[in-house]
Design a protein around this ligand. Structure first.
Ligand SMILES: Cc1cc2nc3c(=O)[nH]c(=O)nc-3n(C[C@H](O)[C@H](O)[C@H](O)COP(=O)(O)OP(=O)(O)OC[C@H]3O[C@@H](n4cnc5c(N)ncnc54)[C@H](O)[C@@H]3O)c2cc1C
Length: 389
């Protein structure tokens, strides 16, 4: 898009094209978005299985094709080590392969650079192995004992499912989550979300943007069988459910007693979504999924060591790494302050690729196109102004 506007630019990448998919994902991962939705500006899926879900290898091939097709100048193996302001206008970009001066910089360094692991992890007994989704590759990499998976959003339930299928005993600590069926009324749920306009909701139209930007990823997996993957699936495979991980005392972990409440809330929100779809489609209420099966009194204390747990897998989210960003634009939580990707405190500095950056779909691969178009228009205006005498 920068090329379309004849804006001279360079893309700096610390690894190779599709680096995160080559180095930070587990082996069996498939996209949870269907192939027909996996598109980037000027390149859409053109294979024989539009309703399927790409493997990581297929996505890497798609992204490499895109990099060739787009014609952007990508400098790989170039790590940005510092981004600072120049004394007058513009920015100094320092890397391990030289420096650049730029009138505008678009930070597209990803939203998932580091695992967000709660502070309580530091107090776990050293005998327990702790793993994050960025290190996890496959079940046989973990010790043989029981596994506690903390987090029940897309990553947590997908990895828990894989561990259960590999014969592990798995307990899942469940906090707030978003339950979703893979298909509804014969269509993929992403098709419905697209059709009812949910994915296109704009950041300047939602009531509570901070909240919208922190909504967990949906409990979905892309499998050839197009199967649902929710807490009922996991318990039917033998998983035990507990509430949110709270604290650790010695080797005894305590969990919130609100498991039933968070599951009821997720069931309620799912019902509301399906009601909205039915209203949009102008049909009577369709079949509703079985409520989440939960013990009325789930366990709130588990002595992890005594009960044979050997691994804790923190599927508690991700955060961006801005350790190289020397322009003071981050808030106390270390998140960049921006207005739809435009950083007001630093003219010429932009961000792309964050949850709900400009639209609900911003966190998905296909969400980049509309966001990028608007950001690039802003960049073009900025350059025109900056170049005025
Ligand atoms: C487990 C998981 C599953 C997902 N599943 C789906 C899905 O099914 N469908 C979907 O649409 N989306 C999915 N996503 C979201 C998807 O990953 C993002 O939409 C997409 O990757 C955003 O692209 P990006 O280029 O902004 O960020 P990234 O893909 O994270 O790329 C950022 C790039 O910046 C580079 N970089 C970082 N720091 C530096 C530096 N200092 N110097 C130079 N280079 C640097 C990195 O090496 C990386 O290549 C998933 C994400 C995760 C974590």
């Amino acid at each position: 898009m920068l090329s379309e506007q004849s804006i001279e630019h360079v893309v700096l990448e610390r690894g190779e094209v599709a680096n995160t998919w080559k180095t930070e994902r587990w082996d069996s991962l498939r996209l949870l978005t269907p192939n027909w939705l996996t598109r980037l500006p000027g390149l859409a899926y053109d294979g024989e299985n539009p309703d399927g879900f790409m493997t990581v290898a297929e996505l890497i091939e798609f992204l490499e094709r895109y990099a060739d097709h787009g014609g952007a100048l990508v400098r790989t193996q170039t790590t940005v080590t510092s981004l600072s302001r120049l004394p007058r206008n513009g920015y100094l970009v320092e890397t391990d392969a030289g420096s650049w001066e730029a009138t505008a910089v678009i930070v597209a360094s990803g939203a998932f650079n580091q695992a967000r692991v709660p502070a309580v992890s530091a107090s776990l007994p050293p005998s327990l192995e702790q793993v994050t989704p960025l290190d996890y590759k496959r079940p046989d990499q973990l010790r043989r004992g029981r596994v506690l998976v903390v987090g029940a959003s897309a990553t947590g339930i997908q990895i828990a499912d894989e561990l259960l299928r590999s014969g592990r005993e798995v307990t899942v600590a469940v906090g707030e989550h978003v339950r979703m069926p893979r298909t509804y009324r014969g269509r993929d749920v992403m098709w419905w979300l697209d059709r009812i306009g949910r994915l296109d909701e704009r950041y300047d139209e939602v009531d509570d943007l901070v909240r919208a930007r922190h909504v967990p990823s949906p409990q979905l997996a892309g499998t050839p069988e197009r199967a649902d993957l929710d807490l009922n699936t996991l318990t039917s495979r033998g998983a035990a459910l507990v509430g949110r991980f709270g604290a650790i005392n010695g080797s005894t972990a305590s969990f919130s007693g609100s498991l039933r409440n968070v599951c009821n809330l997720a069931d309620l929100k799912l019902k509301r979504l399906l009601d909205t779809i039915d209203q949009w489609a102008g049909v009577d209420d369709g079949p509703r999924p079985e409520p989440t099966r939960v013990d009325d009194r789930p366990r709130v204390l588990i002595d992890l060591v005594a009960e044979g747990f050997e691994t804790v897998l923190w599927a508690t989210g991700f955060r961006a790494d801005y350790s190289w960003l020397k322009v003071p634009v981050c808030d106390r939580k270390g998140e960049i302050r921006h207005d739809g990707g435009v950083v007001p405190q630093a003219p010429g500095l932009y961000r792309i690729g964050l949850n709900f950056l400009r639209r609900r779909k911003s966190s998905f691969i296909h969400g980049a196109e509309d966001d990028a178009r608007e950001i690039v228009a802003h960049v073009a205006d900025h350059l025109a102004t900056a170049q005025q005498p």
